[in-house]
Design a protein around this ligand. Sequence first.
Ligand SMILES: Cc1cc2nc3c(=O)[nH]c(=O)nc-3n(C[C@H](O)[C@H](O)[C@H](O)COP(=O)(O)OP(=O)(O)OC[C@H]3O[C@@H](n4cnc5c(N)ncnc54)[C@H](O)[C@@H]3O)c2cc1C
Length: 392
Amino acid sequence: MLMQPTGIKKLLLLGAGHAHVHVLARLAQNRPADLDVTVVTPYPFQTYSGMTPGFVAGRYSAAECQIPLEPLLRAAGAKWVQARCTGIDAADQRVRLSPAGKSHNVNDIVPPDLRYDLLSIDTGAVIDRERLEAEMPGAAARALIVRPIEAFAALWPQVLALADEKPVSVVVVGAGAAGLELLFAAEQCLRQAGHRAARFTLITGGGEAATNYSDGVQRRVRRQLKRRQITVLRETCVGVEAHEVLLGSGATLACDVPILAIGTHAPPWLQGTGLALSEAGHVLVNAFQQSTSHANVFAAGDVATRADGTHPKSGVYAVRAGPPLAHNLLAAHEGQALKAHHPPQHTLNLLSCGAGHAIASYGPLHVEGAWAWRWKDRIDRAFVAKYSLPFA
Ligand SMILES: Cc1cc2nc3c(=O)[nH]c(=O)nc-3n(C[C@H](O)[C@H](O)[C@H](O)COP(=O)(O)OP(=O)(O)OC[C@H]3O[C@@H](n4cnc5c(N)ncnc54)[C@H](O)[C@@H]3O)c2cc1C
């Protein structure tokens, strides 16, 4: 597909997600002189979620899980606006913002909106607090929610402090990869800290744990849960109250630390943007990661859904979209042909069961061991190192 040169000047990147760090690295190699690049993102770093369970387990520091953005932005010649996007007017080519930092510097005042010629969205998925409150009253205020991951990581030390005071009951709601990895990590961390009386429960939502995985991986997960004496309840959580979790069966479960790792939602601010959205509300994109409704808008990662067949929303797919997205943004700017991105059908999946052990799977194949965790550790550290440019 050939795009006509349109004299595009302002490239706006929303979010510094997995695909956008690659776009910035690509711009650092060669940014066209007539391209003005701005990144809107709330934090001065990008947290690599794949390493967050290792942080909870006590294996990584918070800094080891972060890509500092300042060196990358400087190398790419990009400006940073510390803000959150709260809306888009795709017809008027404007993005609405709200400040995310605490700066008192007058030069850092966040403009209410920004105009763009070319827009790329990689803001990830969210847990929609209003929707959550309707489905699980009390959870938004009382539970430790895994999104945004930065807020989760900042609150985790409070769990450790509470566990030092009394034997805690930790309940993880959500038995997908994120919930399981965090549960295994929390169990390992508290037990290794000597909190032998801490209790751990997994609320699966009704089905088996790890239902998105093959039967073989599910069996391995069940073995790991049993080995660690983690109680598994095939129940739904319908509310969170002070010191207890309410279950669909009508039962209540005593709980000091409710952790919510349920499926994510599309950002509610995408509604009313004028962009074509999937049924679930994600930005609908074609094989070029380009909006199906607006040729000057691109999206990748968990915020986007491919119109030509969906793939799971995961960090691996967000990473894979980085190089084609970078190519297509520059091609769109230069009026060159866009390249189709073909996401692989299967990807290597490494599910950590605490730091030091992981279950590896690829399609129907699955194995586990300490070596699988070391493999994951190497891949994760290499990703963060690749984009962590030295501060000048
Ligand atoms: C605990 C945990 C462990 C995980 N482990 C793995 C794993 O091992 N492998 C795997 O493949 N997947 C894993 N995932 C899933 C993975 O985190 C996501 O699929 C991945 O983060 C999606 O990448 P992304 O680029 O779409 O968004 P993100 O990585 O979420 O990045 C979004 C970016 O946008 C910014 N942002 C957010 N909102 C706004 C806004 N309104 N305006 C501007 N900027 C905004 C954020 O600050 C961030 O910079 C894990 C998830 C969790 C919670």
